[in-house]
Design a protein around this ligand. Structure first.
Ligand SMILES: [Zn+2]
Length: 445
């Protein structure tokens, strides 16, 4: 996944009341958590714009004046109300701050209703020329929500699209209802709380193929490829999910959908993944190019079920997905493919070191990452996992991965959590390994 880290500008307007209430003292612990989002989006493909109506179910962690902080991208907020009437709100850069009633008690849930509109320049991709509409990070560019990876909530998402469109979204589709002007309203429910950065949908005039695997229903979508080609591109998906489920010690169940869209570098979302049509063509020509399919599928465990607590530990999402894709390739295509991948990682790490660009896998501030920072997280992260596998041996390494994944399913993790799992499973002190490869830098491969 690509990552936007948003800078926060200070905007004073309308904030006087909130500041007077002493609402901005807490930077890490949130005064207010979001339990659920219920939202309807009405996009206009030709105008590249949208309107939205959203209900955010929140719970305050403090008694007294609490402030709900949401990321709202470039959206214009038209109204914010509770069931009792209007609420005071203000923008600070891309953030929206809503002052909740002073009578709210800690632990007491309430609904906050928002209406908004906008013309997102990213986050939601409008492609009238190919008749497609799909999401790419960041969610807050089309849905006011919390971008931070440690905030999990359920999602009930409805999107109005032309009746000729097929669409996929998070969780299970609960309805497809005809609307006026030749449109339909798709509605999906994501009942298991997940981080907001994996919310999304894709809609367009797709061909679709359905397949059944044990415990999982699969769907592949594309505008350009026919059904036989789709089956060829995504033919290993069921085996991949079974492989990762085995490595994770916890199976994938429900539905998993993959769509080839007009243009993206590839993106994991809860219950589905988006890749580009051009990438699909690559896999048709060379099946060993399915590493991105495997990378995004691996994220359903490492990234979505088990999520880095902050972007500083992003390697726990991306280094893992890269490593697991290589482990799949080893299983599917043999040791030579795995070894070649490991060698590419090693060379990239060597280049980081020789250019003085090496960095610990754990960042103190993951802001505006460079290409080299991404190489650290994606390639060095995967390489460190390979070295740990070699260090511990197959049994202890994979037992540790299973224990870690099962223990932290549905939770946020830090690098310390991962280290502890691996130390417990192997019965070894891994401080030297982690100091060299994870929290240290200038490592010599
Ligand atoms: Zn990824």
């Amino acid at each position: 996944m690509p990552l936007m880290v948003l800078s926060r500008q200070r905007v004073a307007r309308c904030l006087t009341v909130l500041i007077a209430a002493g609402a901005f003292s807490s930077a890490i612990a949130r005064d207010v958590d979001v339990l659920a989002y219920r939202v309807r989006i009405d996009p206009d493909l030709a105008a590249r714009s949208l309107t939205g109506a959203e209900t955010v179910q929140v719970v305050a962690n403090i008694t007294g004046t609490a402030v709900l902080e949401l990321d709202a991208g470039g959206l214009t907020i038209d109204s914010v109300t509770s069931d009792a009437g209007p609420l005071v709100f203000a923008r600070e850069g891309k953030q929206l701050r809503v002052m909740l009633p002073a009578t709210l008690h800690a632990g007491q849930p309430m609904d906050v209703h928002l209406t908004y509109h906008g013309k997102p320049t990213f986050g939601l991709e409008f492609h009238p020329e190919t008749e497609q509409l799909y999401t790419i990070f960041s969610t807050s560019e089309w849905l006011p929500s919390i971008d931070a990876p440690d905030a999990r909530a359920t999602l009930d998402l409805s999107v109005a699209v032309p009746a000729t469109f097929d669409a996929i979204g998070n969780g299970r589709m609960v309805s497809r209802t005809p609307l006026e002007h030749g449109r339909v309203l798709y509605r999906w429910q994501q009942d298991v709380p997940v981080p907001g950065f994996v919310y999304g949908f894709a809609a367009g005039r797709f061909h679709g193929v359905d397949q059944k695997a044990p415990g999982v229903s699969l769907r592949f979508l594309s505008r350009d490829l026919g059904k036989d080609q789709l089956k060829q591109v995504f033919g290993d998906t069921a085996d991949m999910l079974a492989f990762f489920g085995d490595k994770a010690g916890t199976p994938y169940t429900g539905s998993y959908q993959q769509a080839l869209v007009t243009d993206t570098i590839g993106q994991e979302l809860a219950g589905f993944a988006l890749m580009s049509e051009a990438y699909g063509q690559d896999v048709l020509k060379d099946p060993t190019r399915e590493d991105l399919i495997a990378h995004e599928a691996a994220h359903q465990w490492w990234g979505i079920r088990v999520t880095c607590e902050s972007w500083n530990d992003f390697w726990l999402n991306e280094g893992f997905a890269n490593f697991m894709a290589a482990a799949w390739a080893q299983h599917r295509f043999g040791d030579a493919v795995y070894d070649a991948t490991v060698d590419r990682w090693r060379q990239r790490v060597e280049r980081l070191v020789s250019e003085g660009k090496d960095h610990p896998l754990v960042y103190t501030q993951w802001v505006k990452p460079t290409r080299d920072d991404r190489a650290v997280v994606y390639q060095k992260g995967a390489y460190a996992l390979h070295l740990l596998r070699r260090e511990l041996g197959e049994d202890a390494f994979w037992k540790g991965i299973r224990d870690y994944t099962r223990q932290f399913a549905g939770k946020s993790v830090t690098t310390a959590d991962f280290r502890k799992s691996m130390e417990l499973s192997s019965g070894r002190d891994l401080s030297a390994f982690f100091a060299r490869w994870v929290t240290g830098k200038n490592a010599h491969p």
